[in-house]
Unconditional design. Sequence first.
Length: 392
Amino acid sequence: MERRTIVKNAPLILSSAAAFGYQANSAVRFGIIGTGGRGQYVGTLMAKDSNARLTAICDRYGDRIDAAKTKVPGGDKAAVYRDYRKLLADPNVDAVLIATPVYLHPEHFEAAVQAKKHIYCEKPAGADVAGCKRILKAWERRDPSKRIQFGFQQRFSSQYLKARGYLTTGKIGDMKLMMSYWVLGYLAPTGDLGQYGDLPKEEQQVRRWGSWTKLSGGPIVEQDCHGIDTINWFANDRHPLRAVGRGGLRFPIPYGDWNTDHHDIIYEYGDGLEGWLISIKHTAGFRDVKEQFFGAKGMLETSRSYMKLHGMTPDVRYKTADDLRDTSLVEKEESKADITGEATLAFFKGILAGESYDMTKTAVESTLSAILGRMAIETRREVSWDEMMRSA
C-alpha cells in the first residue's frame, strides 16, 4: 500500500447517545484476548481503572485463563472464552485488549474492527510486512467513532509529551540527530529452560513465541520498536526513508532463531535528519533505555522515569579536555506514574468523553520502520522504505 493512500482520520465525536450510554453504565466494559504475562499486566491496570469493568477473558490455554481469573481483578466473574470470535460477539464487551503473540495481532485486529469494538492492541502491529498491510486493509473498514490505541505508551506519558512540546516550540533549536538506546537484559542464555519441553512442538513455539522471528518479528521488531516509535514521533510522525545497520550474536542461543542480540541501525528521514538505534541484550542487569534529541541550542532526553532538558551553560571553560562534567542540565522532571497506566487511563477516559483518537497509521509505520532496520541488518546493505514495502 502506497503511503499516499493512507488517509488520516477526520476529527469525529461519538454521538451523544453513545457517550450517554457509557456514562449511564459508569464504566466501559472490556474483554482481554490473550491472558499471558502482558495480558495479565495491562489487563490488571485496566481493571483497576474506575472507568472500566472487565467482563470477558479469552485464551486458548486453560492455565492462562486460570491465571487471569485469579490475578486480574474481576477475572473470576468475567465470561470465559477459548475462541476470540465469541468474545468479540459478546454484547457485554465494548472494548477489547489484544495481548496475543505478535503474529496474531493482524488477525485479531481485523476481527475487532469488524466487530466494531474499541481497540487497545499491544505493540508491535505485526511480525512482518504482510501482517502490517493486513492491519491497514482492515483499518480502511473501521468504524471511525471507535477509539484505537496501540501499546506504544510513550505517547501518553506526561514527561514525553512535555519534552515533545519543547521540541515543537523550538526550545532546543533545529534538530538533526535522534538516538534511541534499548540496552537491557539479564544473563546470557546457557541452555534451554525446558519450561514447555514436554509439549508438542507447535504449542511449545506458540508459548515461547518471543524466541521466533516469524512469530514475534525478532528483538528489533518486538522489543526495540518502542524506541523506534518514539523517534518517528519526534520526527513529526514521519517514517524513515531508508536504513543501514549491523548486528550479530554475542552469545549462542539454545532455543529459537534470533540472529542478533546486539545491533545498531541508522535511519534517514530526509532533510538531514537521522535516527540511531543502539540495542544490546543480555547485559547482566544493566539497563539504559532512553532517547536523546540533539538540537542546535540544546538536547532533550526522555525515558520511562524522567524527562531532561539540557541547554548552554553560563561558563563553558573547562580546565582540560578530560573535564567531562555536565553542567548543561536546565530542567529534570521525574515521571509521576506508570506510563502504561497513563496510556490505559487515556483509552477509557477518551471513550467515555467521545474523543476521536486513532493511532493505527503511526503504529503500523513504527512497526514497519523496525522491520526496515531488521532487513538492513539481514542483508548487510542499505534498504529503502519502498523496497521494504514491495517485499510482501
